[in-house]
Design a protein around this ligand. Structure first.
Ligand SMILES: Nc1ncnc2c1ncn2[C@@H]1O[C@H](COP(=O)(O)OP(=O)(O)OP(=O)(O)O)[C@@H](O)[C@H]1O
Ligand SMILES: [Mg+2]
Length: 254
């Protein structure tokens, strides 16, 4: 079981798009990835074309009723598997925020019911460092950090580093990470500047591949499709395939 959390507490930087399309690229490679939607917005669930009739079919049931994670896995398109999210997840902080053991609950749940699964697992996080994102980071071997190529995203990088440094202290281990630039527009000077700044800061932890601004990446979710199903010849499909190949080659995804 190799688990990757896709996290950045800044909103709208491409976490869901990256989780969905890296997993879809892994599915094209027949690696049967599992994605977990750990965001009350449940955008990943929608993007996968899945509509949960009740929260009992979603990861909310794992937290609220202790349903085994293996019972919540749904087959979605082309060999991808999904544990759906639900807006009820927004109550998890209030319900369990004070429990000391809550941060490890997802890690324990994965070990209890999916330890046999050696396919890659990707967790889509919400844009906030609360109980849910802590669960994802505690459960993960590695963290993939999308940063969109704009000024405000760069402002959030300090906060992100500070948060991960605190968590490294709590976990007593290094949080292995890779940063990927998303929404890159080669015509904009600032896109290039963001890449330079991130290279200075993260060195080899910055992915060589960047994800371009591409309309197909924004349109696929409406139809419940990954970019490989929606527009397989688009730049977005090429970029996410290249990113996935890079992450596999560097052993970040196993
Ligand atoms: N490379 C891209 N090109 C064009 N549009 C993109 C690209 N990446 C993401 N988008 C669009 O930008 C918006 C935000 O992306 P996404 O939902 O993946 O971000 P997020 O970090 O998951 O957001 P949140 O913090 O709300 O969970 C979405 O409408 C998405 O379709
Ligand atoms: Mg999202």
């Amino acid at each position: 079981m190799a688990v990757i959390a896709v996290f950045n507490q800044k909103g709208g930087v491409g976490k869901t798009t990256t989780t969905h399309n890296v997993a879809a690229a892994l599915a094209v490679m027949e690696k049967r990835p599992l994605v977990i939607d750990l965001d009350p917005q449940a955008h990943l669930t929608l993007s996968c074309g899945f509509r949960a009739d009740s929260r009992h079919e979603t990861i909310s049931a794992f937290y609220r009723e202790g349903t085994a994670l293996s019972k919540l896995v749904q087959d979605v398109s082309n060999g991808m598997r999904l544990i759906p999210g639900h807006m009820e997840l927004s109550k998890i902080d209030a319900l369990f925020g004070k429990s000391v053991s809550i941060s490890s609950r997802l890690r324990e749940g994965l070990q209890e019911s999916l330890a046999w699964d050696d396919s890659p697992i990707l967790i889509d996080c919400c844009p906030m460092l609360g109980v849910l994102s802590l669960n994802a980071i505690f459960a993960a071997d590695r963290v993939l950090i999308p940063v969109s190529a704009d000024f405000l995203s760069m402002q959030g990088v300090d906060r992100l580093d500070a948060a991960l440094n605190v968590l490294e202290g709590v976990l007593k281990r290094k949080i292995e990470r890779k940063v990927v630039v998303t929404r890159f527009d080669s015509r904009r000077k600032f896109s290039h500047r963001v890449r330079e700044l991130l290279r200075e800061r993260y060195g080899d932890d910055l992915c060589e591949t960047h994800i371009s601004e591409n309309v197909s990446l924004a349109e696929g979710p409406e139809q419940g499709k990954s970019v490989f199903d929606f527009a397989p010849n688009s730049q977005g499909a090429k970029d996410y395939m290249a990113l996935t190949a890079e992450l596999l080659e560097k052993g970040f995804i196993q």
